[in-house]
Design a protein around this ligand. Sequence first.
Ligand code: GDP
Length: 471
Amino acid sequence: CEQLEISTSTVIMKLMKLGIMANINQNIDEDTVMVLADEVGVSVVIGKVEEEAVEEGLEMFEDKPEDLKPRPPIVTVMGHVDHGKTSLLDAIRKTNVTASESGGITQHIGASEVMINGQKIVFLDTPGHEAFTAMRARGAHGADIAILVVAADDSVKPQTIESISHAKAAGVPIIVAINKIDKPGANPDRVMQDLTEHGILVEAWGGDTIAVPVSAKSGEGIVNLLEMVLLQAEVMELKANPNRLAMGSVIEARLDKSKGPVATLLVTNGTLQSGMSVVAGTSSGRIRLMTNFKGDTIKKAGPATAVEILGLTDVPEAGDVFNAVKEDKVAREIADSRKSKLREEVLARNSSTTLEQLFSQIQEGEIKELNLIIKGDVQGSVGALESSLEKLKNENVRVRIIHSGVGTITESDVMLAGTSGAVIIGFNVRPSTAVSNMAEREGIEIRTYRVIYNVIDDVEAAMKGMLDPEF
Ligand code: GDP
């Protein structure tokens, strides 16, 4: 408090919010200090507190230079559709299988690792810009290097340019893979020429961007490309401290019917161990099982390793930051405090869409249409709801069904509701926790019903302004 010139009561209040009833003479543990620092927006360096805007959540313990060891590069593949991103990743994996004779089927966890000349490279399967832009937006660390795939027979296209902008915005160096050189119409020179117009000058032409001609189809140039990735990584001197609590980002997450929440974590610093407690976004839990990209159970995962974990209580979001913490209790507290923070934010946001709010907008003449998304268990009831609801109108407003379908309420429904200002009606279907969480965050109302009449009643009431907030 002294160093930060904030009052002790502020700190005690914040601790109380975290469920810690501390007094002024009490010691608090390291994990708590980290959360607290996050709360007051400062950065902690072991032993001293540094005032600095904290953009990276809990990423506050700075590693001493002597603790840092070289780590493998994390790579994303970007480029225009059909230029060969998927094929290139496949070709890279195949190169690796023959080289390391490890064979076996790799399971899909959103990332894969390849060995070349005894050195590891991590590839993210997530489409390029998501791999770093979305992650960085949440303060997570994404890819170190972007491979920009450009088809030699098609050259620079809109998404190529988009990819360049994303990589540049994230400060991630680009290696150009000029693909499809096996094709008769291939013209690598034209690709290099066109790239200059977008600020990329390849080495062969006196610039500093590495460009490698490849064929994902024949495998030509792939090894060379991988070696160039290693070369680029070497120049970047990528380092991490394996001897600290792990941190990194969530690459993928889903709810498995039998296993519960399953998340792929990319460890970017520290070492993750099975049995440890982690907090990832607003979810937390102890790692029950940890597997690598090949599906093998592992106990430890060092820097630049992608692992799939079981044991989280909730499904985190791709791009969320994760941190290992010493105690499960602390992990839970952090997750809970983030959840309530989010809830407050959602409440504060006025773009949220609920039937009540829509009604007040109707009253003020701001809207003339009540947008609904209808999801139901069987086509019969969805159809019945649609036709009954569409008939509803009064002098001020009418109902518009912007989307309807059979099946559970999905993230895409929530997104659609967000862009169209709609309320989602679920008839005999419920959203998953992940979808509810998303809706809550986005301020989208999901109302579920079992009786058609009740739906009609509520919508009618909303239109007339008599909707009971409780339902
Ligand atoms: P993505 O949309 O960027 O992921 O592109 P895909 O990997 O799906 O490839 C698009 C099409 O190009 C597919 O039909 C591939 O078989 C083909 N393709 C990809 N790489 C090559 C290549 O090096 N040579 C040839 N001839 N075709 C390729």
